[in-house]
Each structure stands twice: as structure tokens, then as C-alpha cells.
Design a protein around this ligand. Structure first.
Ligand SMILES: Nc1ncnc2c1ncn2[C@@H]1O[C@H](COP(=O)(O)OP(=O)(O)OP(=O)(O)O)[C@@H](O)[C@H]1O
Length: 342
């Protein structure tokens, strides 16, 4: 649905030129949540602003529904932009307008009749969970509520695409999750395509289907989120995966823990896309007379199920332990017996 081809943006000033986006090509499916991750200066903001022509590309194409946004002018561009909503890190609300008047604003610009605006605004307020706060001013709202106004305003004209520019970066972790849940609900309910940029792997793992990693203006790695977690290729991607999965220091601690056990068996379970990581453990404990002690776990939930590892210690009769291992290896969870802790 969105096809980005050889997109480039060079900023030129008296002090020289910067290649902010360097030959980016991506295809984004209708209805998917696509994440772009990168550290500061990687070119994410410039990239997302090229998608709705807040920046003009130096060269390349941004084809949305068969139409190259990069080539549109005036009226055509205004119309195309109505199909692309955007939310921002610092919300960009109008401080002198109430919640409902902020949401009404893009509808007023589109010259929608007053009665229709009122109806639409109420629908949007209900959708984003702000009922009862219609007449509040932005200064009377929490960060999460402000972003809800931003989302409602972005959806006012029924866009096909929603661009999220670090939309949760100014929020605390709990509020971040509530906004990410809202975005996931909206994506499902409305079939809206969502493109987000972030520097937090948690955001990607929680809501994206696919991810592109940007560095130095280029997409250096791209793919299904679970696949990227499993086999990160680039150094920068490995660092992002570490943000969520922890690092080797935890494994070093595990080595000491494992050494303490003189009997029983240590298993390392690998979950890739499981929906039922809890069930495997509780089934083993229920079906076999073995004690299961969880030593360590690093599991993250993604849109395609759980990803991560769980290290457990089983005690009981050797026979029962063998049967329990057999049971686990017949599920889709991969099991390593007495793993060598590197
Ligand atoms: N208007 C501009 N004029 C000149 N250079 C710019 C402009 N906007 C961005 N740049 C440069 O382009 C590069 C990419 O910046 P960009 O803001 O897109 O990165 P980013 O990944 O979004 O980082 P951040 O999260 O810090 O904004 C940087 O080197 C930046 O200094």
C-alpha cells in the first residue's frame, strides 16, 4: 500500500550538507503497524516527515495508494495529506482551545458542516477514552490524555495512514503502554496503517509487526519483529534487542546460580512466537511429579507472541524429569538440557 523508493533527503546550508535520509526503499502493507527505530540523528524524524511532505524529498518516491506524494502540488497535496494523520512527541495541541475544539480543528479546515463536526468530535472523544473531558484545556490534562487528544485530532478526517513521531517518548512507562494499547486497538478497529518512529525497542516489540533499523540515514536492517529479535545482524540492532532482552551480565549471574545446584536438571527454554509460555510450565508441573524452579527469564511479548528464554531447574526422579523434558520438546518450545552458560 505504501511503497517508498530510493528516498533521499539532503539538507544544505552554508556550513555544508547533511544526508539525513540516504536511499531508503521500503514496502509497508495496508493495515500493518510498521516501526522504524534508530538512535538520535539516524534520520527517523526526517524520514517520517517526508511521508506527508512536511519535508520535500531531494529525490525518490513515496507512493501511497498508487499516488506519488513527492510529486503532488497544492490542492492535490492538501487532499492527500488529509488521508495521512500525524501525532507528535510533544502533542502539538492548541493551548487556547479545549479538547473538543482541538479535535474539531482539522474538520473546520476541511470545511465540514458544524453539526457533522460535533457528531464526529463526540465519536472520536469516545474512541480515545476522553469522555467527560470535552471542555478541558490541554493544560488541565496529563501527558497521556494530551496524546489521546492528539490521536483523536489525527483521526478526525478518517485518514488511511497514521504517522507517529516518537509519540510516547515524553510519557512514563505505564502511560506509554496505555497509548500503545490504544494505537493497537485503533489499528484493529479501523484497519488503519500505522508507521511509527522511536528509539525504544519496547515500543517496537509491543506493537509493531515489522521493523526497520536506521543508522546514518540508511535502513541497515529490516524485517519481521520476531525474526529481528531472533537473528539481529547489525551491531546497532543487537544493541536495540539488548534494551529489551538484557545483556550478558545476567548470564554470568546465571552461571553462579546453576553451579549451586548439585542435583536435578537445568533447562533453558526458548520461546519464539509462543502464545502460551505460561501454560508449558504449569502443564509440566501438573502432569509430572517434578518441582519446577524458575531461575531466570527474559521474555518479551511481541505482536506475534512471546520471545525470549526461561531457565528452569527441575528436581524429582530421573525418569520423571526425562518424561517432562520429552513433553516440553513435543511443544513448539525449544529446550536445551543443562545449557552451557557462556
Ligand atoms: N532542517 C535541518 N537542517 C539541517 N540538518 C538537519 C535538519 N533536520 C535534520 N537535520 C540533520 O539530519 C540528520 C538526521 O536528523 P533527524 O532529526 O532526522 O534524526 P532522528 O533520528 O530523528 O534523531 P532525533 O531523534 O534526535 O531527532 C541529523 O544529522 C540532523 O542534524
Amino acid at each position: 500500500m505504501i511503497s517508498i523508493k530510493n528516498l533521499q533527503k539532503v539538507f544544505t546550508s552554508s556550513s555544508g550538507s547533511v544526508q539525513a535520509v540516504d536511499d531508503v526503499s521500503l514496502d509497508i502493507e495496508k493495515g500493518e503497524i510498521y516501526g522504524v527505530i534508530g538512535y538520535s540523528g539516524a534520520g527517523k524524524s526526517t524520514f517520517i516527515r517526508l511521508l506527508n511532505r512536511l519535508e520535500d524529498p531531494t529525490s525518490g518516491e513515496v507512493i501511497i495508494d498508487g499516488q506519488d506524494i513527492a510529486k503532488l502540488r497544492n490542492g492535490q497535496l492538501r487532499k492527500a495529506r488529509q488521508e495521512i494523520g500525524m501525532i507528535y512527541q510533544h502533542f502539538n495541541l492548541l493551548w487556547s482551545r479545549t479538547v473538543k475544539d482541538n479535535i474539531a480543528f482539522p474538520l473546520e479546515i476541511a470545511k465540514v458542516p458544524k453539526a457533522e463536526i460535533n457528531k464526529r468530535v463526540q465519536e472520536l472523544i469516545d474512541l480515545v477514552g476522553l469522555s467527560g473531558r470535552e471542555d478541558y484545556f490541554p493544560s488541565q490534562l496529563s501527558g497521556g490524555q494530551k496524546q489521546r487528544v492528539g490521536i483523536a485530532r489525527a483521526l478526525a478526517n478518517n485518514p488511511k495512514v497514521l504517522l507517529c513521531d516518537e509519540a510516547t517518548s515524553a510519557l512514563d512507562p505505564e502511560t506509554t503502554d496505555s497509548i500503545l494499547n490504544l494505537l493497537t486497538d485503533i489499528n484493529k478497529q479501523l484497519g488503519l496503517t500505522i508507521i511509527l518512529i522511536t528509539h525504544e525497542m519496547h515500543v517496537i516489540s509491543k506493537i509493531s509487526n515489522r521493523v526497520a533499523v536506521m543508522e546514518g540515514g540508511q535502513v541497515v536492517e529490516e524485517g519481521d519483529v520476531l525474526e529481528v529479535f531472533r537473528h539481529p545482524k547489525q551491531k546497532v540492532t543487537k544493541r536495540f534487542v539488548q534494551q529489551v532482552m538484557g545483556d550478558k551480565e545476567q548470564d554470568d549471574a546465571l552461571e553462579a546460580i546453576v553451579a549451586e545446584y548439585e542435583s536435578g536438571t537445568v533447562l533453558r527454554l526458548h520461546f519464539v512466537g509462543e502464545k502460551t509460555n505460561q501454560a508449558v510450565i504449569s502443564e509440566v508441573a501438573k502432569q509430572y511429579p517434578v518441582a519446577v524452579n524458575i531461575l531466570q527469564g527474559k521474555i518479551t511479548q511481541t505482536q506475534k507472541g512471546a520471545y525470549g528464554t526461561l531457565v528452569v531447574h527441575l528436581t524429582g526422579d530421573d525418569d520423571d524429569i526425562q518424561k517432562a523434558i520429552q513433553y516440553i520438546s513435543e511443544t513448539s518450545v525449544e529446550v536445551e538440557v543443562n545449557p552451557n552458560v557462556e
